[in-house]
Design a protein around this ligand. Structure first.
Ligand code: SAM
Length: 367
């Protein structure tokens, strides 16, 4: 069984994506979903998912634990030597809900003791534990006294692709940018634009989606350190993902008022070989409605994350008003500014997401 997590509120988009990868999801929750699949499938989801945060593999059949002794025994009975190599360190996270064991901190030290006892028992007692280099995360969920132990197969969150060396103010997480592009549901032949591109995340994700470039091609995953990691299978999936990408060109336009930030965006796009797919327009958004520019066009899909005064320290309501006057075929806007609800009031949907772990923002979508 795999548990796949995602940013708050994006589970339905994650489920759609997993369906396209031929996985049936079950028992979804606000920040993720479950898939009846194993370690080999985690390779594919890690390499191909644009929306997931992390992929966790379940290590045991769920067992009931009513006290710490039972928790210790259950943890010790789960064989982990297939996943945790000698010398690797384990970091433990615990989530408890409606259970006799209600102290995550105490549960954490019991699980730590059980895991380390088993590992040192099975192998050389003297060995050096390298906690800085290879740390695996093990996650115990205790829900209504039922305990399930998971191991993180992804390592760092999957939103961390390999292309964004540099960022600017308030960069958007890559998986949230990909979700915005998916929500626009546009034909790839139609132009897409982001007039507040910053480090370029939305346009880069749009270009990767259009050209079917897998997001996990060039990064490291924690499962690569598991003793049972199957390198041949993994390499075959990477090779397969590479053959599925195309060189075709699409009209994707980005703009920003800041020349330096555009330079960073271009460098980021070059890292993922899509700089030739994106056109650059330098300028102030406030000018784009008063003259004819590539950003004003009735066939354009607007996907953007406008500046927000709350975080960047200025009043930006005039920018939002000007943006709302741009002619577009469809608009997807990630903003904290509730005013957009009135603008898109004709039967529009809005999602709540937590952006960058701090501010609560909405995704507003025009018809
Ligand atoms: C919230 S950030 C966008 C972050 C971007 N999505 C990313 O992932 O890096 C907003 C951007 O709007 C730009 N901006 C602010 N005022 C502008 C204006 N009047 N016209 C065009 N761009 C503007 C800022 O330079 C900043 O890069």
């Amino acid at each position: 069984m795999l548990m796949i997590t995602c940013p708050y509120g994006l589970t339905s988009i994650l489920n759609n994506e997993l369906k396209k990868l031929w996985y049936l999801t079950k028992d979804s929750f606000d920040t993720g979903t479950f898939v009846d699949a194993g370690l080999d499938d985690s390779y594919k989801i890690n390499i191909r998912s644009r929306i997931a945060n992390k992929v966790f593999l379940k290590l045991n059949k769920p067992g009931i634990c009513l006290d710490f002794d039972e928790l210790y025994d259950l943890t010790q009975s789960i064989s982990r030597s297939d996943y945790i190599a000698p010398g690797h360190w384990v970091s433990i996270k615990v989530h408890t809900r409606q259970s006799n064991i209600d102290s995550p901190k105490s549960a954490q030290s019991i699980i730590q003791k059980a895991i380390m006892t088993q590992l040192t028992w099975e192998k050389d007692k003297e060995r050096h534990i390298d906690r800085w280099w290879h740390t695996h995360t093990v996650f115990m969920v205790i829900n209504k006294n039922i305990c399930s132990l998971y191991i993180n197969t992804s390592g760092k969150s999957l939103h961390e692709r390999w292309y964004r060396d540099q960022t600017w103010d308030a960069p958007l997480k890559e998986n949230i940018a990909a979700a915005l592009v998916q929500l626009a549901n546009r034909k790839y032949s139609e132009p897409l634009m982001d007039p507040f591109c910053g480090s370029g995340t939305i346009c880069i994700e749009a270009a990767m989606i259009a050209r079917n470039i897998a997001p996990g091609l060039n990064r490291y995953f924690a499962c690569e350190q598991f003793p049972i990691f199957d390198k041949d299978k993994f390499d075959a999936l990477i090779a397969d993902a590479k053959t599925k990408s195309y060189d075709k060109q699409y009209t994707i336009i980005w703009s920003d008022i800041d020349q330096d930030v555009l330079r960073v965006a271009k460098e980021n796009a070059a890292h993922v070989w899509v700089d030739d797919t994106i056109s650059f327009v330098y300028g102030d958004m406030l000018d784009h409605t008063s003259r004819s520019t590539p950003l004003s066009g009735a066939s354009n899909t607007l996907v953007t994350n406008p500046p927000y005064g709350k975080r960047m320290g200025t009043d930006v309501s005039d920018i939002h008003h000007t943006l709302s006057q741009l002619q577009t075929k469809k608009s997807v806007i990630l903003s904290w500014y509730e005013w957009w609800k009135n603008i898109f009031s004709n039967g529009e949907r809005s999602w709540k997401v937590t952006k960058n772990g701090a501010d609560e923002t909405n995704i507003f979508i025009s018809k």
